[in-house]
Design a protein around this ligand. Sequence first.
Ligand code: SF4
Length: 359
Amino acid sequence: MTIERRKTKTAKVGPLRLGSGRPVVIQSMTKVFTTDIDACLEQVRRLAAAGCALVRIAVPTRKDTQAFARIAEQAPVPLIADIHFSPERAVEAIEAGAAKIRLNPGNIRDRKDILRIIDCAAAHNIAIRIGVNEASIRDLSGRDVPPARRVTLMRKEMAGYIRLFEKAGFDNLVLSAKSADTRRTIAVNRALAEAFDYPIHIGLTHAGLPEDAAIPSAVAVGTLLAEGIGDTVRVSAAGDPVEEVRIAQAVLKPLGLYASEEPELIVCPTCGRCQIDVVALARRVRELLQTIRRPIRVAVMGCVVNGPGEAADADIAVCAAKGKGFLYREGRKIAVVPEAQLIDALRNEINRLINPSGQ
Ligand code: SF4
């Protein structure tokens, strides 16, 4: 079953195209000082190698936009400049080679400055992500807004910004409305998807340490993606940004939204029928698969009662019995192997699968 992605306008971000059902793009953000050009570039390169297609970089000062220019010259992926409060930084970052800027128009005081940024982005043919944050939502009197009204106000605020951009003739837009609350993240993005036809960037903001961020992010982002909502994704987690990319990939994969060359390992959860140390065997199989770059599916199952049925979708499966294992290829039993020889037998069968000519 394929997820039907939402039809949207297309945003052009350097060589990337976002929206209109194109593959979901994973992005992240550097977490070192931008002025430390080598360290920043190193993070950008590690992120790109991990599968991150867009990297955002903070540019709070003029020195940062100057460093941004040097980083953009060497970065292997398009860069987004993260702008807060300063129209000067936005213009500098665009001129420094940003493929997109992330802007919360709500924290640029003067409308003329927003129009100046829009003109500059149009002249350089770059995209703008309009970011609305739950934390910055206030009612007209400047007071905080109760949670129940925030989704409505964020959608309304976004509508006002979109009108402003469209009136200025600019539509190379991506939208985002971020909250640290899982349910409001889902609700506000559903509201954006219903109201506007621009690509949407999704993610929980301030999700926590990686081990705490993964599940709430998977719930919020996974729910939206399963509904076809979301064109770029960031999992916000404290620490190494590469962890953000790994979590995002882990969310996209089970939804069939991440084209990976990595093998997939399926392991039964084990139960009272288990005939073998499945966890130990699965760990050895994982090691075996680590060097393989082919999207094959290998299953390790603990018994021959339910194992074969559960492993039928795998390219190769082993179903354990007492002191031995039954080897399956594409659901068909091909061998019975003593337990001590299972890893070798699996290795041989995997090699035969990925290299059928034996060359
Ligand atoms: S494959 Fe067998 S051992 Fe594993 S969970 Fe299923 S029934 Fe239990």
